[in-house]
Design a protein around this ligand. Sequence first.
Ligand SMILES: [Zn+2]
Length: 269
Amino acid sequence: MPELPEVETVRRSLRPVIGRRIEAVEVFEARLRRPLASDFAHRLSGHVVEDIKRRGKYLLFRLSGGDTLLAHLGMSGALLLQAAGVAREAHDHVRLQLSGAAQLTFNDPRRFGLLDLGHGEEFPELGNVGPDPLDEAFSLAAFIALTRGRKKPVKNLLMDQRALGGIGNIYANEILFRARVRPGRQAHRLTRAELARLFDATRAVLAHAIALGGSSISDYRDATGRPGYFHLRLAVYDRAGKPCPRCRTPVRHAVHAGRSSFYCPTCQR
Ligand SMILES: [Zn+2]
């Protein structure tokens, strides 16, 4: 499932879309996570894409006239920027014909992805998205405040989209390894020093992953079809039994809230 670094990589690879006009919209399959409104294509056509922002795992295409196209890649979605005329492939559900002989195609085999059109940031989904950990305004104090009274494993807190937007299972495991904190520790019991390490590790791991174009697990690719390379640098995720890159102790596997946790029993306390 694409997480913050993959969505940010997609956002950056979509920069050539900014300034182009949406000349026509084709809907081949309206049944996504939520069905597309019957007037979706009509309302989207004719607008110029003025900017592309990200909040957590959501992309927001700001359109001329004040409307926004909201996109979420779900489990397997991809937004592909193509030359006009590239033939439709399996699971291509929506296609935007753009000025300058380009087209933007939404492909999603599992159809958990989302496209929606609304005004500004008025989408029900965004009301539940917590602060973006890479937002300059997100501080250590704000991070510490999130943990107060949270009697649940810190890994669940990192992955709670209402607390922090954009972190899923892969990066939660990697962040906790870098911060040397065990995934099952209760969030409200962490020391200030541990929370500071966790805050720094969150930004460092996400920034490093973005620099490498994200992780290409389950066919993720950016808008130009390029894979990411961060999965080659994963320290603990999906590495049960393999040596910890820091101390060579075999990486251990556990399950928290139904999701796989991977950690080093020596480095992470
Ligand atoms: Zn270790």
